[in-house]
Write a protein that binds this ligand. Sequence first.
Ligand SMILES: C[S@@+](CC[C@H](N)C(=O)[O-])C[C@H]1O[C@@H](n2cnc3c(N)ncnc32)[C@H](O)[C@@H]1O
Length: 287
Amino acid sequence: MTGTYQALTVDLPETESEAAQDLLHEAGAMGLETRDREGPLMPGVRAPAQGEVILVAYFEDAEGAEEARTQLEEAFPTARTHLEEKQQEDWSEAWKAHIKSVQVGRLWVGPPWEQPPADTVRVVIEPKMAFGTGDHPTTALCLGAVDTYMASHPGASVLDVGTGTGVLAIAAKKLGAGRVVGTDNDPVAVELALENARDNGTPGVELSGQELTEVEGPFDLVVANILANTLIELAPLIVSKVKERLVLAGVLTHQKAEVEAAYVKLGLVAEPGATQGEWVRLDFHRG
Ligand SMILES: C[S@@+](CC[C@H](N)C(=O)[O-])C[C@H]1O[C@@H](n2cnc3c(N)ncnc32)[C@H](O)[C@@H]1O
């Protein structure tokens, strides 16, 4: 792969770490690394000062990274920031140390250099420039929902909005889904999702950059792991694609009520979802 990406390094007090991470996620960081004084550091990596953490947020383009930097400096005036352009070839190397496999229900999702345990349904995702290696809480929350639904609905049709690496779509197919469609408005993600579908032996998954208006539905299960504001914006379109069940993620605890209300208003019935750390998953069914 050619090209560059942006690494925004932020030194700030430990007490501000969580809120700063939220801000960076919301500002569109594709990946986020936290260096504290507890864990071992990679050789050559600078340690945080006493009482501080170092956050490294990765962005696709300079404009997005600059905007995030401005927002962060406004919200956390004591933070020290440094923005650096990096070569994309370094991306997977930089991430190898941080990507971990996850096991959710019957599913194992991990990088190609890890060995999955026997008796798991394997989805192998090599970390590249798209979101969805499995180890982010929002992805793990959705994997759990996909596993549960597919266990009781073999052959169900599935739509994955904001497919990223294609991880959820591929997982659904491997768990016995019928028609599976994944869309993403990032062409790089679509390209990688297609590659991943091929490598995982699920080439039948329909992955594209199609607008939802162009996607023929509805689907038994719709999954959308995007950010709260996008989920609210897309609510009418997403709801129009739901035949039976909808699962939303990418939502922080304090955003839950607002996102839920947008979907209940359109006729869906909210169910108890799930939580992992600061992230929530919202589950709905058609009334
Ligand atoms: C948080 S990632 C989720 C990736 C994967 N589904 C997972 O669960 O790990 C969100 C994805 O949604 C895509 N996205 C953001 N806004 C979108 C939109 N309006 N329409 C379609 N995709 C969108 C992003 O490009 C990104 O790949």
